[in-house]
Write a protein that binds this ligand. Structure first.
Ligand SMILES: [Zn+2]
Length: 71
């Protein structure tokens, strides 16, 4: 079946692309601590903001590992 073969090929490439894109997203973007998983924060020059709840997290160049929510 030529039609089936074509469909399978397309499905595979889409799946590969999705995996790559998803991996890139989870690495480069932060999830909102308020909204939880699935809600990513928008990246700005020196801060990240959540478009859903408005949470803002400022980035620190030398302290990025210790990002406890101190208020
Ligand atoms: Zn949020």
């Amino acid at each position: 079946m030529p039609g089936k073969e074509k469909a399978t090929s397309g499905e595979v490439s889409i799946y590969k692309f999705y995996k790559m894109d998803n991996d890139k997203l989870s690495r480069g973007r932060r999830e909102c601590p308020r909204c939880g998983k699935g809600v990513f924060m928008a990246e700005h020059k020196n801060r990240s903001t959540c478009g859903k709840c408005g949470f803002t997290e400022f980035k620190r160049s030398d302290d990025s590992k210790k990002e406890a929510n101190k208020t």
